[in-house]
Write a protein that binds this ligand. Structure first.
Ligand SMILES: Cc1cc2nc3c(=O)[nH]c(=O)nc-3n(C[C@H](O)[C@H](O)[C@H](O)COP(=O)(O)OP(=O)(O)OC[C@H]3O[C@@H](n4cnc5c(N)ncnc54)[C@H](O)[C@@H]3O)c2cc1C
Length: 390
């Protein structure tokens, strides 16, 4: 029976909840705002299934990708975080009769996995939602679709992909998995508190968020909140470091305990394709370095390679890159991020604070300013380098 005594050993993928034959496991929220499985010993039959499908208890070995590419889908980048690869992949899959699963905002601004069967529906999945998504409701749906001979593309964090594979058992015909590069996921409970505080402050309902608003610059993206007030829809743009929720995410303060020792990154999720941001574009693929957003695509399997090649035939702009150069300065691919010294103290105070926005702001530290300055200098220097080369 699954019993979580060390929270760093549960990634919250929900494979155990879905696999339990007697439905004795439920997800319960903890004080930090993350969900953990809790088994009822009175119902448990000790079959051990929950443990056999756990990607933390049964980690895969690291594996290198078959190939790495810089890529951009010029046609459909709006609303995406990097080069818009995801909607292009998913669109192609749907046109060929498949069903796509990915993370979307719900009506109440919580984040969960949903199915999409038409290309227009992909709008909901576009863009990074920096909140742990709840995939619980869809694992069984995916299994049933595959059993009936359907085709499924499932996108999510590496731990969700690993959990889905473990839940499904031996590889299922018709499934393609795409993981996003991920350095960690913030607490849904904290996000919900933050949304309520924002709504109180601005006197309206939060209708949409873009955590990666790159309308002015991809590298120095901002955060955009759409708030519905009695007077109409109001958009609030701020730089990423001026928003405390985003700043604390970038400082790795609000991540799930398991993210600091991720069991599924570095090719361990078993995904066919990995999508990330090519932050080191100036070095890895200078011809893409125009601050409009470039994806780093890791092709991990032959299945992934076939899908990716079909996109290239359809006109995807792509360049083979050296993987080691491409992943430099990207914590989504490199070593696990470190637990910030004040993380425990921060989470202890989130319930007692009357002004959660002010409280969060008080933990935004200048390390992040250093990071901004570093990035600005880096962009400036690569600009100079380009001018000299020309
Ligand atoms: C929590 C989180 C941390 C990340 N950290 C890094 C990082 O350190 N380095 C890096 O290079 N890239 C990171 N990314 C991924 C990156 O920001 C882009 O999402 C990715 O490059 C795909 O971009 P795109 O332009 O192709 O498509 P987009 O349209 O931007 O991507 C949409 C895809 O992301 C999925 N997605 C969005 N939010 C979530 C979520 N909360 N949980 C699961 N899946 C989600 C959707 O299902 C969809 O498949 C992170 C993303 C998230 C959500």
């Amino acid at each position: 029976m699954i019993r979580i005594t060390d929270k760093s050993l549960c990634c919250g993928c929900t494979a155990c909840v879905n696999a339990c034959p007697v439905q004795c496991i439920v997800m319960r929220r903890d004080r930090e705002g993350f969900d953990y499985p809790v088994a009822n010993p009175d119902i448990c039959i000790n079959c051990g299934k929950c443990e056999t499908v756990c990607p933390v208890l049964n980690p895969r070995s690291e594996s290198a990708p078959l190939a790495a590419f810089a890529a951009r889908s010029e046609a459909d980048m709006e609303g995406c975080s990097s080069g818009g690869l995801f909607p292009m992949l998913a669109g192609k899959f749907i046109q060929e009769g498949g069903v796509v699963y990915g993370a979307a905002f719900m009506e109440d601004m919580t984040v969960g996995h949903v199915d999409v069967t038409d290309v227009d529906g992909l709008e909901r999945l576009k863009g990074s939602k920096y909140v742990q998504s709840d995939p619980y409701a869809v694992f069984e749906e995916v299994r049933d679709l595959l059993k009936d001979g359907g085709h499924v593309l499932f996108a999510g964090t590496p731990c969700q992909i690993a959990g889905l594979h473990d839940f499904l058992g031996e590889r299922k015909e018709g499934l393609i998995t795409v993981d996003i590069a991920c350095h960690g996921v913030p607490a849904p409970g904290l996000w919900e508190k933050y949304v309520s505080a924002l709504e109180r402050r601005f006197g309206g309902r939060l209708r949409d968020v873009s955590f990666r608003d790159s309308s002015k610059s991809w590298r120095h993206y901002g955060v955009k909140f759409d708030i519905q007030t009695e007077d109409g829809l109001y958009s609030r743009h701020v730089s990423n470091m001026s928003d405390p929720y985003m700043a604390l995410f970038l400082q790795d303060m609000t991540l799930r305990p398991s993210c600091y020792s991720c069991p599924a990154r570095k090719g361990r999720s078993g995904s066919d394709i990995t999508l990330g941001d090519l932050w080191n574009v100036s070095e890895a693929a200078p011809e893409f370095d125009d601050d409009r957003g470039t994806s780093l695509v890791l092709v991990n399997t032959a299945v992934g390679q076939r899908l990716f090649e079909s996109l290239v035939k359809d006109g995807l702009r792509v360049l083979a890159v050296d993987k080691e150069t491409a992943v430099k300065r990207n914590s989504g691919f490199a070593a696990d991020v470190k637990i910030p010294e004040k993380r425990e103290e921060f989470f202890k105070g989130i319930h007692s604070s009357k002004d959660i926005i002010g409280y969060m702001n008080s933990y935004v530290v200048c390390k992040s300013m250093v990071r901004i300055i570093y990035e600005k200098v880096h962009t400036f220097m690569s600009g100079i380098k380009k001018k000299i080369i020309r």
